[in-house]
Ligand binder design. Structure first.
Ligand SMILES: NC(=O)c1ccc[n+]([C@@H]2O[C@H](COP(=O)([O-])OP(=O)(O)OC[C@H]3O[C@@H](n4cnc5c(N)ncnc54)[C@H](O)[C@@H]3O)[C@@H](O)[C@H]2O)c1
Length: 368
C-alpha cells in the first residue's frame, strides 16, 4: 500500500480496542462502550478520534488521570433534567450513560437535558446525538476540552476546540448529523498531520505574535507552553480567528461548565498550579427532544428529508459536482471502511504495536 499505509479489519481493530481497555482495568461493558465510540470514529473516516487516540487513553489511565472503574453520581434531578458527576471515569462511559438518561427523560416527558461535570475526553461528539436519532429523536451534544484555541483578537490558547453536534432522523438512509469543532481545525487533526509528517495549512494555527505556524510537532509542543493557538472558526484574511467561532465556543463552554459548576477554560489544562499532571475535569451537555411530542415521526422525517434534498439540488459552484448536507460524507465513508478496513500509517502502526507489546496481546496479528 502507498506511503506505508496498511488497512486493518474493523472487527480486528474493535476487538483489539476492547482488549486494550480491559487489560488496563476497565470492565468488559465499559471497555465495549469506549471501543464502540472509537471504532465509530474510524468507521466514519474521522482518523483523529479513533484508534489514533487509543494510546492516549491508555497512558492517561496508567497515569491515574482517568478512573478505570466508572462511577456516575446524580447530583440533582428533575423529570426533564439532571446534573451528573462523572467522577473522572472514561468520558465515553459517562457520556453514553448521560445521553441515555436524556433520551429516557425525553421518551417520558418530551425533552431531556443532562449537564455533566468531572468527566474526561469522550471521543467524537457526534456519537451521542446518533443514539437519540436511533430512537427517533433529535439529539444534541456539547463538550469543553483542554485549552488550545485563542479568543478573537487574542493569541493565548484559552478555549477548547469545543465541538457542537446536532443529529436528526430523516426519511433517507443517512441521518442529518452535524458534528464539528468550533475552531477552524481540531487538535486531533494536528496530531494526524504530525503522524503523517505533513505540514499544517497556513491559517489554522498562530504563534504568540499572530504569525502562522505550520510544523505539527512544534504546534503540539508550543500549545502546552502557551506559545501557539488554534484559531476559532471563521477566521479572516489577517489570520485572526473569527468572532462567530469564538462566541459559539463560549456557548459550548458555558453549557459544559456553568449549569453543573464544573471546570472551564484553563482549569481544564491537565496541570495543577505546580505544573504536575492533574485530572482534566471535562464537562458535557446532552439534549434529547422527542419528535412524537411535536408531530408524527414520519411527517418530521419527510419535512427534514425535503429540506435536505432541496439544499442538495441547488446550483453547484463552478468546478464542483455535488452539494452535501451534514453527515453524508461520513455516512458514505462508513460503508467503504467497513469493507476495506481502517487505514493505518507507519507511525500509528508503531503505537498499535507498542500497546500490543506492553499488554501482551499476542493473540492479535496485524499483517503488513
Ligand atoms: N471530544 C473533543 O474534545 C473534541 C473536540 C473537537 C472535535 N472533536 C471531534 O472531532 C471530529 C472532527 O471535527 P471537525 O471539526 O474536524 O469536523 P469536520 O470539519 O471534518 O466536519 C464538520 C461537519 O461538517 C460536515 N461537512 C463536511 N463537509 C461538508 C460539506 N461540504 N457540506 C455540508 N456538511 C459538510 C460534516 O458532515 C461534519 O458534520 C468530530 O467528530 C468532533 O466531535 C472532539
Amino acid at each position: 500500500m502507498s506511503q506505508g499505509i496498511v488497512k486493518i479489519s474493523v472487527d480486528v481493530l474493535y476487538e483489539f480496542m476492547i482488549a486494550v481497555f480491559t487489560r488496563t482495568g476497565l470492565s468488559k461493558p465499559d471497555a465495549k462502550a469506549c471501543a464502540d465510540v472509537l471504532i465509530k470514529s474510524d468507521l466514519r473516516g474521522i482518523e483523529s478520534h479513533g484508534v489514533g487516540r487509543l494510546r492516549m487513553y491508555y497512558e492517561r489511565l496508567n497515569a491515574g488521570l482517568i478512573e478505570p472503574h466508572s462511577s456516575l453520581t446524580i447530583v440533582r434531578e428533575s423529570p426533564t433534567t439532571a446534573v451528573i458527576d462523572g467522577n473522572h471515569s472514561m468520558g465515553m462511559v459517562v457520556a453514553t450513560q448521560s445521553m441515555q438518561m436524556a433520551i429516557d427523560k425525553a421518551k417520558q416527558f418530551g425533552m431531556g437535558a443532562v449537564a455533566v461535570r468531572n468527566s474526561t475526553h469522550f471521543g467524537i461528539d457526534g456519537y451521542y446525538p446518533l443514539m437519540a436519532v436511533e430512537q427517533n429523536m433529535i439529539g444534541m451534544s456539547f463538550t469543553n476540552a483542554r485549552p488550545c484555541v485563542s479568543p478573537t483578537h487574542g493569541t493565548l490558547p484559552t478555549l477548547g476546540t469545543n465541538p457542537i453536534s446536532f443529529g436528526a432522523p430523516t426519511d433517507e438512509e443517512c441521518p442529518f448529523l452535524y458534528d464539528g469543532a468550533t475552531s477552524i481545525t481540531q487538535r486531533g487533526k494536528i496530531e494526524v498531520l504530525a503522524r503523517a509528517e505533513k505540514p499544517v495549512p497556513v491559517g489554522w494555527v498562530v504563534d504568540s505574535q499572530n504569525e502562522p505556524m505550520i510544523d505539527a510537532d512544534d504546534i503540539l509542543q508550543e500549545i502546552l507552553q502557551d506559545q501557539a493557538a488554534l484559531l476559532p472558526l471563521g477566521g479572516s484574511s489577517e489570520l485572526l480567528g473569527g468572532h462567530k467561532g469564538y462566541c459559539l465556543s463560549t456557548i459550548v463552554e458555558i453549557l459544559s461548565s456553568a449549569l453543573q459548576s464544573g471546570a472551564f477554560l484553563f482549569q481544564l489544562s491537565g496541570f495543577d498550579p505546580e505544573g504536575n499532571p492533574s485530572r482534566f475535569r471535562v464537562g458535557h451537555f446532552f439534549m434529547a427532544m422527542n419528535i412524537e411530542n411535536f408531530l408524527s415521526v414520519d411527517e418530521f422525517k419527510k419535512n427534514i428529508g425535503d429540506l435536505l434534498r432541496t439544499l442538495r439540488a441547488t446550483r453547484n459552484a463552478p468546478g464542483q459536482t455535488r452539494i452535501y448536507t451534514a453527515g453524508e460524507k461520513e455516512f458514505e465513508m462508513e460503508k467503504i471502511v467497513k469493507q476495506e478496513g481502517v487505514p493505518v500509517n507507519k507511525n500509528l502502526r508503531k503505537d498499535i504495536l507498542f500497546l500490543q507489546h506492553e499488554l501482551g496481546l499476542d493473540e492479535f496479528i496485524f499483517h503488513d
